[in-house]
Structures are given as C-alpha cells and as structure tokens.
Design a protein around this ligand. Structure first.
Ligand code: KG4
Ligand code: ZN
Length: 327
C-alpha cells in the first residue's frame, strides 16, 4: 500500500510516498530556512504562506519520483505545530483524499519522529528507550512497540533544540542555531567554561533554561571568550544531560535498544556519545530522517491506518497535540 505523507507542521514543506509502511519510494523536503533566516527564527505567518506555495510542487514531485498517479491513502501531520502551517497540509490532504477517493489519516508529528527507526532499522529490538529532541520537544519515552508509548520524562522549560537556537542567536551564530553551534563547537574546548548540568537526580525530566542563562552570564564575565569555546562548553553540557538520562533509562528499564529522534539527534557530539553510554544497540536515524520530513509521517500514517482506521474529514489541527500514551 502506497501512502502519500504530508508534513507542514513548522518550516519544512515535505511530501513523501512510503510503501508497505516502511519502504520510502520518494521523499521531498522544501526547506524554508532562507525565508526565516533574516528574522532569526521561524515567523509563523511567513511559514503558512510559504507552505501554500511549496506544497503542491512537493506533492507533484514526490508522486512523480515514486512513479505514481494516485496513492492508496493520504497521511498528514495534524499536530503539534504552528496552527496556520498545520492547516495548509491538513486541508491539502483532505482535499486530495476526497478527489482521489482514498482514505485520509491524521498523524501526530511526535509519533512520526518515532517511526524514523521503523523505516531505517529492519531488525529493531523492542522495548526501546527513545530520546526525542527537537526544536519544540524534549521527551524521554519507553516504546514497547509501535503505538505503545510510556512517557518517562520531558523538559520543564525550554526544549533542547530551542536552547541550541537561543544560545546560537545570543552568540551571533544565526539561524538555524543547532547546526551552527555544532559546527563552531568542533573547533572549541568543551571544558573551557564550567556550565551547569541540570541532572535533577531521580527524575527523567529535563531543564535547559538555567543553562542558557549561565551561557549569558559566562559571556558577560568573559567578554573576550572565544565563541568556539563557549559553544563547545554549552553543547557538552546539553549532551551530558541528554546522554546521562537516556542511558539511565535504558539500564533501569532493561530496554533492548536506545533510539534518538528529532532535529537535535543530528548533533554530532550526541551521535558520538550516545552509543558509548549504553550496552544495547543505539539507533541513530540518518540526518534526513532526524529533521522534519514526510516519510516518517507516511510511515506512522500507514501504521495508524491499519490499527485505528481512517480519520474523519472533520479532524482539525491541534497545535498542542501530545504523544498518545498507553502505558
Ligand atoms: O525535528 P526538527 O527538524 O523540528 C521540530 O520539530 O522542532 O528539529 C529542529 C531543531 C532546531 O532547534 C535545530 O536547531 C535543531 O533541531 N538541530 C540541531 C542540529 N540540527 C538541528 N541541534 C543541535 N545540533 C544539530 N546538529
Ligand atoms: Zn519535528
């Protein structure tokens, strides 16, 4: 079964065709980075308008690359995300499902990220501890299988990606911040400045706003500090906490594997450190599958369609949708 996936929750306009729930036949991502860069972050109104312009070409390209006139179903992200952006993808998906007379299914963006390893790892072992770290979310989840999620912890303030973006802006590294900090940190000393690690022992929750403030204080105290050293010290502090909590969860819960997901999973230090911290296999999605894409939406949509059936056409966008929890 070929499912057309549509992703427009934030600033990537994406369309993809996935066959049989995991075989990616095409995946198109039109980034809006250039449109938002001059504002230092995503401008919701601009994102919504850009999705309107970019979505139909992305869908056309995804269908053509998959040599398909019409998919067997259409899946689109219905939340969480920016309301105006979500509306564009959802409306397109519903209109296409009506005109093609194929089922429509709404997809939770967070669940979409959890399907990246399902696509890329044929021998995935469950239960998995999943560290889902993006611009909007920082979640530690125990996944007992597709659709069976238990929340272990989440951020109490900023998301990990948001901390990267804010620190990058403060250091004048531009947007998007995560890749910029990652790049600059390569040439810096991670031990140059002692920054706090909010480990909050006994808890799987995270907190990053204190770290961001500590970076500001450090630069105020050391106005001539090398940006590379500050970036490297900040990145090391974030990664230390992420890896410590994920590894502890794997140990305490006896998970069979650790999986990273979301845009921050593209971070080079996190990708290097996570596998060293656990004795079970670590699944690192490819770079393209870490950041927002529609293949993960099509894969999650295929599974939801099979297990829950189609969504009603009355389904609306939900900017605050949370991961569906079972256990
Ligand atoms: O999953 P994603 O593409 O979009 C959301 O759903 O939020 O994640 C985007 C986030 C941004 O905050 C971006 O700065 C961060 O992921 N990011 C990174 C890296 N690449 C992207 N953070 C740290 N290091 C990276 N290499
Ligand atoms: Zn995302």
């Amino acid at each position: 079964m070929n499912v057309l996936g549509i992703e427009t929750s934030c600033d990537e306009t994406a369309a993809a065709v996935v066959d049989d729930g995991r075989v990616v036949r095409s995946s198109v991502v039109s980034s809006q980075i250039d449109l938002h860069a001059r504002y230092g972050g995503v401008v919701p109104e601009i994102a919504g308008r850009a999705h309107v312009e970019l979505l139909v070409p992305a869908i056309t390209e995804a269908l053509a690359a998959a040599a398909l006139d019409r998919p067997d179903a259409v899946a689109a992200t219905c939340g969480p995300g920016l309301i105006g952006s979500l509306l564009v993808g959802l409306s397109a998906a519903k209109a296409l499902s009506m005109s093609w007379d194929v089922p429509f299914v709404g997809v939770n963006h967070l669940e979409g990220h959890l399907f990246a390893p399902v696509i890329e790892e044929p021998s995935l072992a469950w239960p998995l501890v999943v560290l889902l770290v993006s611009g909007g979310h920082t979640l530690l989840v125990l996944a007992n299988g597709p659709g069976r999620y238990r929340l272990l912890g989440q951020t109490l303030d900023d998301a990990a990606g948001e901390a990267f973006d804010k620190v990058a802006r403060f250091l004048g590294l531009g947007y998007p911040g995560g890749p910029a900090v990652d790049r600059v940190a390569t040439g810096g000393d991670p031990a140059a400045y002692p920054l706090p690690r909010a480990l909050m022992d006994g808890s799987y929750d995270f907190s990053f706003s204190g770290l961001k403030t500590a970076v500001v204080r450090t630069v105020e105290r050391h106005p001539h500090a090398a940006t590379a050293d500050v970036a490297a010290s900040f990145q090391a502090a974030v990664v230390d906490v992420l890896v410590a909590k994920a590894a502890k969860a794997v140990r305490q819960l006896g998970a069979a594997g650790l999986c990273l997901g979301g845009g921050v999973a593209a971070n080079s230090l996190l990708r290097a450190r996570a596998p060293e911290a656990v004795e079970v296999p670590t699944y690192l999605p490819s770079m393209a599958m870490c950041t927002d894409n529609a293949a993960m939406v099509a894969a999650a949509g295929s599974w939801r369609l099979e297990h829950d059936g189609p969504s009603p056409l009355s389904l609306g966008p939900d900017p605050n949708l949370f991961l569906p929890l079972t256990t």
